[in-house]
Write a protein of this length. Structure first.
Length: 201
């Protein structure tokens, strides 16, 4: 059964080069999914989960998770940097693939926009963000263990960049901490005033 004439008019022949690039896009989406899931999994570990990991002294993956969580800002910066690099790679590679897989000149501007932008964005969001985060939230301990060594490798690899990211946001963090401390002091003072008034009455 031959494909519809319209598809023949917009689809180019699939070459080995294009097939390789399609596999590369698939691989990048899987990596993006693992990184997105790692963020949710590691930062959603409860105190009980961490205690269980701590008890597993002989399990290197468990200890590596705890080691990563000792520097939460650096962990988050590492995951964000790695995931953004992967997502940019997905967009660049998929754009090249779309340009050589479809005859864009035979499409309307709307169809071309849907194929090049909306389709790629949908794939990244659904398979690279939503599904892995839902899965990682339900299996946070297992997911964290599975990704502990890859994330640790990324942490070492992107350490200079993550340090810059952390230092650039440290001023903002300090401002939030000051506001938080000030708010807590005001709350405490207010509570003491209420206690004083209630005792006097």
């Amino acid at each position: 059964m031959e494909p519809p004439p319209y598809l023949l008019s917009i689809l180019q022949p699939l070459t080995i080069h294009l097939s390789t690039l399609l596999l590369l896009v698939l691989l990048l989406v899987i990596i993006s999914a693992l990184l997105s899931g790692s963020e949710v999994a590691m930062f959603s570990l409860s105190i009980k989960d961490k205690e269980k990991l701590s008890d597993e002294k002989e399990n290197k993956r468990s200890q590596k998770v705890l080691l990563l969580l000792e520097s939460p800002k650096k962990l988050l910066a590492t995951i964000l940097i790695a995931n953004n690099l992967v997502n940019v790679s997905i967009v660049m590679t998929s754009t090249f693939v779309m340009n050589h897989l479809f005859y864009l000149e035979n499409m309307s501007e709307l169809t071309g926009f849907i194929v090049q932008v909306i389709l790629v964005t949908f794939i990244i969001l659904l398979f690279g963000e939503v599904i892995p985060k839902v899965y990682a939230n339900n299996y946070s301990v297992a997911f964290s263990k599975f990704m502990s060594f890859p994330i640790y490798t990324f942490k070492l690899l992107f350490s200079p960049f993550s340090n810059v990211l952390i230092n650039s946001t440290s001023i903002i963090d300090k401002q939030f901490e000051k506001k938080s401390d000030q708010f807590n002091a005001e709350e405490l003072e207010h509570a003491l005033d209420l206690t004083k008034h209630s005792v006097e009455n």
